[in-house]
Design a protein around this ligand. Sequence first.
Ligand code: MRU
Length: 351
Amino acid sequence: MPGMTPIKNIEWIGDAATGHLRLLEQTRLPNEITYTDCRTVQDVWDAIKRLAVRGAPAIGVAAGFGCVIGVQGSSDEHDAAAKLKATADHLATSRPTAVNLFWALERMQRVAPCDVEALLAEAFHIHEEDAAMCRQIGEHGLRLIESIASNPKSPTILTHCNAGALATGGIGTATAPMYVAHEKKIPIAVFADETRPLLQGSRLTAFELAAAGVDVTLICDDMAAQVMREGKIDMVITGADRIAANGDAANKIGTYNLAVLAKHHGIPFYVAAPSSTFDMQLADGDGIPIEQRAAEEITEGFGSRTAPQGVKTYSPAFDVTPHELITALITERGIIQPVNAETVAEMIGET
Ligand code: MRU
């Protein structure tokens, strides 16, 4: 597909009974393009935990295929159902914040008959549907870009972390409007936050946008305020890992900072996400579980120590942006604006 990275991030290799999951090893990007083969449920769990596969929709897709691996070799449907439950319960402990993981595991457990063929078909559906949702998010988001595209300079979009093709089964969520604009030859420019501590913005977003030929400029996270003050940013678009019923949105740590900065500078702040990222059971963002990551990711990221031995750390991997700071939510079903419990319920209903 033009306008996006041709690298496959998630692929099922072989048949249902004996096949396995192949994941692009995202921890090695951008320096090495290598793959991790997952042949056991524990392989899938590890790949999610250490971010070989990451990004809310991609985690959900990988978990779907993980369920297939979990029931391979079952003697009958009863045995398969028991193995599926054990697999889903285990994969659910890998990472807590992205609701797509739990959404996909629940969906896989509703498959009937419970056998590897039917489960593999459902995992493929989840993957394909995610690609379609990304495309629709791109088409809806394009309208927001087009609304400012008559400006004398190219519309410039700031994004955070990686909510791109690498994080999904398609052309990404936050990046989808960028890819669609690029495809339609609407000139855009993107500023990508580096995204401390694991650098998904520089390692992944800058990598995939540059590979697709999108004009991308990398900045450190702490430069965003100055870049906005200089008038360089027309809009912010980020992804989300879980959106509560009132529109409060959890995303990579540092997203909330951007929303506050955008408000101060009068810049629209958009969150792009498929309906599978909404958690309508949670009234607001206070109930969203926030993953805590290992101290080493701050003190010796990428193998080089940058903090004194023994220093205390605190490392939430996500933050919650209150809905009042979100100009609109861009979903595959359309744009939710203003963002509140009523408008979210109207568009998303029960997920
Ligand atoms: O820790 P990560 O890399 O999984 O965090 C990913 C993000 O925060 C993304 O912005 C989010 O999952 C949306 S992906 C389309």
